[in-house]
Design a protein around this ligand. Structure first.
Ligand code: ADP
Ligand code: MG
Length: 263
């Protein structure tokens, strides 16, 4: 039942479900080492189209490395990763083409400081997808509207709060029309009062049917939004299942210990 495809259409008034073409991810026996140190020790994970997976676990457990292997910012040492119909671990795969389908949102949003919110959303569309400026800007404005920043499209990053900048980063990723979205602790660096707006956008995106893998310490978000919670520790998946099991009724001592620290 873990991998039952689940496309949502209800809700999400601001994010257009019809614009989302969600795809899946299948990871099989993934190993990754840095030098002699193996940090991913055989990860198996499937994410169905439209599914939301929250990755939780202590610092150093390999969550970021796993996300970075999915769009090949890091190269896996062994195992296979299928992303949106591409085999990320096949040396013949055109990674630039594959990555167009993968939106990534980091803890630090890395907006260009000398560009407006709108221009930040448009630049990759023009450079990577070859869209004309008018078309790119139209799509950027639409995505900024979706994340609630339509009125602030002409602001520069330093004129926006951290949460607003992170929503620009989400709009920028959405403007590329990704088939899945990877989030690595998107709210960890934000002032507490701006976290809620970012989580709200992510919740709407989930409801609109986006495939999402989210590394987060926000257990309330994971409980409410995740179809599947994956607890990692020491480079392995210790347990995975619906939040009702992994968060509310964890079976493993390591999961219980971790949750007792973060809840
Ligand atoms: P998490 O995101 O769960 O905190 P990471 O994936 O960042 O964990 O890190 C997992 C382990 O890999 C840690 O021990 C970390 O020090 C190590 N690591 C991560 N990136 C590198 C790197 N580029 N070179 C060497 N070791 C790394
Ligand atoms: Mg990390």
């Amino acid at each position: 039942a873990d991998s039952t495809p689940r496309r949502r259409t209800a809700g999400a008034p601001d994010l257009h479900a019809e614009d989302i073409h969600a795809e899946d991810v299948t990871i099989t026996d993934l190993h990754k080492s840095y030098g002699d140190v193996e940090v991913l020790k055989g990860i198996d994970l499937t994410v169905a189209p439209g599914e939301v997976v929250c990755l939780i676990g202590p610092s150093g457990s390999g969550k970021s490395t796993l996300l970075r292997c999915i769009n090949v910012l890091e190269k896996a040492n062994a195992g296979t990763i299928e992303v949106a119909g591409y085999t990320a671990t096949d040396p013949d795969t055109d990674l630039d083409v594959m990555r167009r389908h993968v939106g990534m949102v980091f803890q630090h949003f890395n907006l260009f400081p000398q560009l407006t919110a709108l221009e930040n959303c448009s630049i990759a569309q023009r450079r990577v997808l070859g869209r004309e400026t008018g078309e790119a800007n139209r799509i950027s404005q639409d995505r900024l509207d979706m994340v609630g920043l339509g009125e602030l499209a002409d602001r520069y990053p330093d004129q926006l709060s951290g949460g607003q900048q992170q929503r620009v980063a989400i709009a920028r990723a959405l403007a590329m029309e990704p088939a899945l979205m990877l989030f690595d602790e998107p709210t960890s660096a934000l002032d507490p009062e701006t976290v809620g707006d970012v989580l709200r956008v992510m919740r709407e995106l989930a409801q609109a049917g986006m495939t999402m893998i989210v590394v987060t310490h926000e257990m309330a978000f994971a409980s409410e939004v995740a179809d599947k919670v994956v607890f990692m520790d020491g480079g392995v998946v210790v347990e995975q299942g619906p939040p009702s099991e992994v968060i509310r009724n964890p079976q493993h001592q390591r999961t219980q210990t971790f949750l007792s620290r973060v809840l």
